[in-house]
Ligand binder design. Sequence first.
Ligand code: SAM
Length: 393
Amino acid sequence: MSDSLAILEPLGNKFRKIEVVKHLRTEELEIIKELGKKFSNNDIFFEIEGNSKLVLYLRVLDIRKFKESVNDLLRRYDLNSGDSVLSTLIANIESIGSYGIKGGKRIFVDYDKERKVSQRKSKILERGSFFYAKENSFLRNTNNISDQFLNKIIQGDSEGILKSFPSNCVDVIFTSPPYNFGLDYNRSEDGVNWNKYFDKLFSIFEECIRVLKFGGRIIVNIQPLFSDYIPSHHLISNFFIDKKLIWKGEIMWEKHNYNCKYTAWGSWKSPSNPYLKYTWEFLEIFCKGSLGKEGSKDHIDITGDEFKKWVYAKWDIAPERQMKKYGHPAMFPEELVRRTLKLFSYENDIVLDPFNGVGTTTLVAKKLGRRYIGIDVSKEYCNSAERRLMEVL
Ligand SMILES: C[S@@+](CC[C@H](N)C(=O)[O-])C[C@H]1O[C@@H](n2cnc3c(N)ncnc32)[C@H](O)[C@@H]1O
């Protein structure tokens, strides 16, 4: 007789049904009866069809207790476990990979149900989603950007360059501004007074908001300067919120302990002032005017598997390892850009990076069939960015 490994859908959402098609010996029928007495009917129960099919209805099970009970009973009835219908049943139960665990028992149905909020939609309306972004004056029209800028690397100060762009002409901005850590950039000072830093950064971001299309996204990769107690990610988010953009969310870019190698404990072994360590950076995502972005279905290039993985907002990606090769101290890795662009933009969209460095954003945008504009103040970095683009056919 052959075994049926079919595991059927939960019945009425209450029990999971497992069938084993095999002739049942008299001893096995006795064992099943005894098992039925040992476990609550609310958790499991059996049905036997014509001595040739065993059906188990399964909701909750202490699998260890179940296996021990089966083994005891097989011994008592002097049956070999190898060819027993009960061994097949246990194998089938164990092959179920998705279950919850509570009090040492496996929960096979409804374990992943979200907590239900009654009248969820009307409650959201009552609370008022993104109330802070409601009374904006963003226009819905779109303007074309001149070919002079499109698919180009432009050297200069972003603030001035962006002023020559029309409003509402760019689909997505992805960027990582200088963090003001004191890094050795080629043409810009990194480590100025914080007020000066934010004044300049926000003047550039102001222009970014203007050039972004209605429904466009701006995604900023930033690491706060923990040693100065400057929550740059919050200050930048506050800026965009003040400017009435909608906060879409935040991605945690886990860099695999990259920043924890040094020993800075603050007050060692004392609560007086311990120093916290972080192994991640942030991606803050904002939308102009609307959470939804228009685009053709034919221009979607994210796969189902990628989508499923990447909407979990913690991304494990190793830091860029080729910074020496490109002579830049603060590049982000291509994978970070790849995920961001596939998740938040369509093919052929116009992607801008106003702090383009050696051009990781523009490189990946080109590879993914997006149009791109990269701006950086350093001539050398712009040259590198152009060289990298030339390697993409
Ligand atoms: C964190 S890096 C970006 C690196 C880039 N993501 C990459 O992978 O190459 C910041 C960049 O901003 C540039 N920068 C600083 N001030 C600027 C400004 N006012 N306008 C344009 N670029 C500027 C710096 O030269 C530096 O390359």
